[in-house]
Design a protein around this ligand. Structure first.
Ligand code: ZN
Length: 470
């Protein structure tokens, strides 16, 4: 069900410059690996195939993407939740995964003797316990979650729900595991462990249009931040397949709403229909990006689901007091898999991260040894509120930047060259004259032009860059 993540393709590329390169699938992945090796972003290990180790600098980028999305989701009315990784197979049977998705799931075994022991402890405390002697092997089998939706349905079902609470929107950045064949694993795009900017919206039928419209706008605006224009994004509407659940009228209604939303948000001729290609549990909109090799990659997705609310017996009380209303479930992701989106960005920027996303935002080069003290003070100041704070405990909010110092006994020219190779956005040079004037000589990675700015001016510029996602 839901988000397909294991598309066996190289990361997509959206800029034309790649069209002239004759890169094969493999070499595009390799080229990402080369950048990663140079910038120390991520690694893997045969002891855990298909699971990524994000190194400190890769983690900085990953966390920025997550933070970016968390902020957007607050604006869009989502509430973040943290949910379990493993569930008894009873849950997966209820959700339908055991039947339809079992082979793609990792199973986790409990420990019978230990669980028995715990039951005993509880009994000793004179609690009535119904589960004693009920153990069987099936009870001990857990599934590692491939999706968050069943967990979110459990939360929904924990409370009485009323029409005036809807839509309820849960977001979750949990890691997910899917048992991809080991031979198919590749880079960041085909993995066993990944994270989604996952979200589930429980709403009424007539709220679908607004929710989908919000999601499409979020997708367009988010991709825009990374320089991906709306005309580069493809929206595909997949409609009722031959085998479907629910009644045809509900499907027609939902498809009509999706059609109207697509017309409104993307324009009448700017999306495609895939007749009969919907999931059996509901119609969906797939969001695709095409790379320079005409290869399409699914990133975001919006899926309507009439099935899980039934399977989990989800209800809400209607305005007229009837308790029997069933919400519609919308699954949606904007980035999709964060690992895959990371790969897309690696390819997109070729290691030249914009300042706000760059794990190496600035480096200070003291001209010689006697400038090191000033360089360190400058580093502390420009790093921002966490480091440049006199209290023992750092503040929760503020602007913080990744600023390094290169105080090696190398020529300034060599250190600048190396800083550019490493991808620092800004290089700050500090010598006698700068210290005397109370300024610093600053240049960007891409332009030799040097400006002389005060530290406050530099810090203000950094804040401005981050605010505008530059
Ligand atoms: Zn879902």
């Amino acid at each position: 069900m839901l988000f397909k993540v294991g598309i066996p393709t190289a990361p997509s590329r959206l800029v034309l410059r790649h069209a002239t390169r004759s890169i094969t699938k493999e070499s595009a992945t390799q080229s990402n690996q080369v950048i990663s090796n140079k910038q120390l972003l991520y690694t893997t290990d045969p002891l855990t195939p298909g699971s990524i180790f994000f190194l400190p600098h890769g983690t900085r980028i990953f966390n920025k993407l997550v933070q970016f999305m968390k902020n957007q989701q607050i604006k869009y009315g989502f509430q973040e939740v943290i949910t379990p990784l493993i569930y008894k197979n009873k849950l997966w049977k209820q959700s339908g995964h055991w039947e339809n998705y079992s082979e793609d799931m990792f199973k986790v075994m409990g420990n019978v003797s230990k669980e028995d022991h715990e039951v005993q402890d509880v009994s000793n405390e004179a609690h009535e316990h119904h589960h004693e002697h009920e153990h069987n092997a099936e009870d001990e089998e857990y599934g590692l979650k491939p999706m968050n939706c069943p967990g979110h349905c459990l939360i929904y079902a924990k409370f009485d729900r009323s029409y005036n609470e809807l839509p309820i929107r849960y977001s979750d950045f949990s890691s997910l595991h899917r048992n991809e064949a080991s031979g198919a694993l590749s880079g960041l795009t085909r993995v066993r462990r990944f994270h989604q900017d996952d979200g589930h919206i429980f709403c009424q039928l007539e709220q679908i249009e607004q929710e989908i419209s919000n999601t499409i706008n979020l997708i367009k605006n988010t991709y825009g931040v990374f320089g991906i224009e709306t005309k580069e994004i493809e929206f595909h509407l997949s409609t009722r397949p031959e085998k479907y659940i629910g009644d045809a009228k509900t499907w027609d209604n939902a498809e009509e709403q999706l059609t109207q939303v697509l017309n409104k948000t993307t324009g009448e001729n700017s999306w495609k229909i895939r007749e009969g290609d919907g999931a059996f549990y509901g119609p969906k909109i797939d969001v695709l990006l095409t790379d320079a090799f005409e290869k399409k990659h699914q990133v975001g997705t919006i899926q309507l689901d009439f099935q899980l609310p039934t399977r989990f017996n989800l209800k809400y009380v209607g305005e007229e007091g009837n308790r029997d209303h069933q919400p519609i479930l919308v699954h949606r992701a904007v980035f999709g898999s964060l690992e895959r989106f990371f790969a897309i960005l690696l390819d997109h920027y070729q290691g030249k991260w914009p300042f706000w996303l760059n794990p190496r935002q600035a480096i200070i080069i003291p001209v010689n040894e006697k400038h090191v003290g000033n360089a360190e003070a400058l580093q502390k100041e420009l790093s921002g509120d966490i480091l440049n704070h006199d209290e023992v405990i750092s503040p929760m909010t503020g602007y913080n930047f990744y600023v390094d110092i290169d105080k090696r006994n190398e020529t300034v020219g060599n250190r600048i060259k190396e800083a550019i190779q490493k991808g620092y956005s800004y290089i700050l040079m500090l010598g006698d004259k700068d210290i005397e004037l109370g300024t610093v000589a600053i240049r960007s990675r891409d332009n030799r032009k040097v400006s002389n700015l005060t530290s406050q001016e530099v810090y203000k510029m950094f804040i401005d860059l981050e605010k505008h996602y530059k």
